[in-house]
Design a protein around this ligand. Structure first.
Ligand SMILES: Cc1cc2nc3c(=O)[nH]c(=O)nc-3n(C[C@H](O)[C@H](O)[C@H](O)COP(=O)(O)OP(=O)(O)OC[C@H]3O[C@@H](n4cnc5c(N)ncnc54)[C@H](O)[C@@H]3O)c2cc1C
Length: 491
């Protein structure tokens, strides 16, 4: 990799860190230079509208993430961009010098994906403008905005993005880099399927507006592209009318097959606006299964019998009512609780994979047969729900070759208590589950913490691997972007 000239050459940036003023990058020692180092030379000074942080205390949070599994990959600097031009200028600066760059939204990935040792992290937070176009039923969002803010802005116009993740304090750029799945995906696809247009700063520092008809190759590589081809700086998303109320039904099943059969039935007939499902420890040992379906409404409440009368299940279904915003944000109280107990800050070796309709029962059944609550931790959670693959159209969001893709998410928490498995044991268990999933044609939903090799990534992308590789070479020719995903060989 080109490190930008002779060792010891100083290349200067005009930016101010917390503490010493950062004015350059020493290509020889690969350290950012401060004012006191400036005697030697100066060139390539991007003028920044924002700020570059280099103070160790300011950098420390960027060597961490929600997973708390990969720590210590400390960047040399963090850009708080004042403009898209700042991102472009810094990428143009870093590329030829081989300085790796990672955009970071809210840092909620689990395995160091937004970290970059000795490189530059771009904290997307300051770029968070949201502009709703009520007539066009679209919203233009800067990538650092969080989905809760997008929701509030859109609701002011009676509109909403059609698909939300379960937790909405995630950045738009972060979830669009993964896919963005939620209970409404079975009608609307993933969040990436609701994107009309993107602005992307590529690895060459070019700012490109792309869409299905304009620079389509970049559009298709950037959505669910795991930050490999560019930094998404703005997205235009479709909106739908927001309803006032939501009625949610939770039905319990004692067998996996009855649960999955009910999910299949409802996902195919589309009776629910939102459909998910969970696996929970049963009182007498083993597991039980909860189908969660919800219907949006305005004046007329839904007919419960018509909606769930044919779905079976044990005991009485739980029926809850929310206003729409409360429903979309219904995880907030649980997360506030986990923060109050400190469990939110424990390691999170999350496993997330898509399984085909054909494999889901045997594969999940075999996993649950050996899994115990200790394997997922006291505040761990297991999700299982189907999405029709025909709705998941972004080519980089890899799903099995099947009519339905079931998201199987074993969301483990490694609490520091004596009975719990260690984070290392949980990571090893994730790798074992990966191999089992691959053997039945499963694909990874890459938000969690699964140790993966280069061969695993090639298998993951299948016939899209060469397309992804070509896009990487073209849009990130210096190979600097988002190394924490560990997809492409470095240097
Ligand atoms: C409690 C919780 C609940 C969740 N629920 C869901 C869910 O229901 N559905 C779902 O799909 N996911 C869910 N996730 C996973 C979540 O979507 C991912 O972790 C997502 O990446 C988080 O967004 P972020 O802003 O924190 O991204 P970060 O962790 O900051 O970044 C994620 C990745 O994207 C890259 N990236 C970030 N911003 C950009 C950008 N602007 N351009 C290009 N690349 C970028 C980063 O470099 C990194 O590789 C959940 C996570 C948590 C912690």
């Amino acid at each position: 990799m080109d490190h930008g000239g002779a060792h010891g050459r100083r290349v200067f940036l005009r930016a101010v860190g917390i503490g010493a003023a950062v004015v350059g990058f020493d290509a020889g020692s690969r350290a950012w230079a401060t004012e006191s180092d400036t005697a030697e030379a100066a060139d390539g000074l991007p003028r920044l509208d924002g700020t570059l942080l280099t103070d160790p205390a300011a950098l420390a949070p960027y060597a961490e993430d929600f997973g708390h599994l990969v720590t210590g990959r400390t960047p040399r600097a963090v850009l708080l961009p004042g403009s898209v031009a700042d991102i472009a200028a810094m990428i143009r600066f870093c590329g030829p010098r081989g300085i790796e760059v990672a955009p970071r939204g809210q840092g909620h990935q689990g395995y160091g994906q937004a970290q970059v040792e000795a490189g530059l992290v771009i904290d997307m937070g300051p770029l968070n403008a949201i502009t709703v176009d009520p007539g066009g039923r679209t919203v233009s969002v800067q990538a650092g905005a969080v989905w809760s803010a997008v929701l509030t802005a859109c609701l002011a116009h009676g509109l909403t993005p059609p698909v939300f993740t379960d937790y909405i304090e995630l950045s738009v750029g972060g979830t669009l880099s993964l896919g963005g799945l939620g209970g409404a995906a079975h009608h609307h696809g993933a969040q990436v399927d609701t994107v009309v247009e993107l602005d992307v700063v590529t690895g060459t520092g070019d700012v490109v507006t792309c869409s299905p008809t304009r620079h389509a190759d970049l559009f298709h590589a950037a959505r669910a592209g795991l930050g490999q081809v560019g930094v998404i700086t703005r997205a235009v998303l479709t909106l739908v009318p927001a309803h006032a109320g939501v009625r949610k039904y939770t039905l319990t099943y004692t067998t996996l097959s009855a649960f999955v059969a009910a999910q299949r039935r409802t996902v195919r007939d589309g009776r629910f606006d939102w459909l998910e499902g969970a696996v929970a420890a049963a009182a007498g040992g083993g597991w039980q299964f909860q189908l969660e379906g919800a219907v949006y409404f305005d004046a007329t409440a839904p007919d419960d019998q018509a909606l769930i009368g044919d779905l079976g299940g044990e005991g009485s279904p739980r029926i809850e009512e929310f206003d729409y915003q409360g429903f979309v944000d219904d995880l907030a109280p649980a997360i506030a609780y986990l923060k109050s107990t400190g469990e939110w800050y424990d390691p999170h070796p999350w496993f997330e994979m898509f399984l085909s309709d054909e494999a889901v029962e045997s594969s999940v059944g075999a996993t649950l047969a050996t899994l115990t609550p200790a394997d997922i931790g006291a505040s761990g959670l297991i999700l299982l729900y189907p999405v029709p693959t025909a709705r998941l159209r972004a080519p980089m969001l890899r799903v099995p070759d099947s009519e339905l893709a079931f998201l199987f998410a074993v969301l483990r928490t490694a609490a520091p208590d004596a009975d719990a498995r260690s984070a290392a044991e949980m990571l090893a268990a994730n790798r074992a589950l990966l191999l089992k999933g691959q053997a039945v044609g499963g694909t990874v939903y890459p938000g969690g913490a699964i140790p993966m090799t280069g061969d695993d990534w090639r298998l993951q992308y299948g016939d899209q691997w060469s397309v992804f590789q070509a896009a990487k070479r073209r849009f990130d020719p210096h190979g600097i972007l988002t190394p924490g995903q560990e997809i492409f060989p470095r240097g």
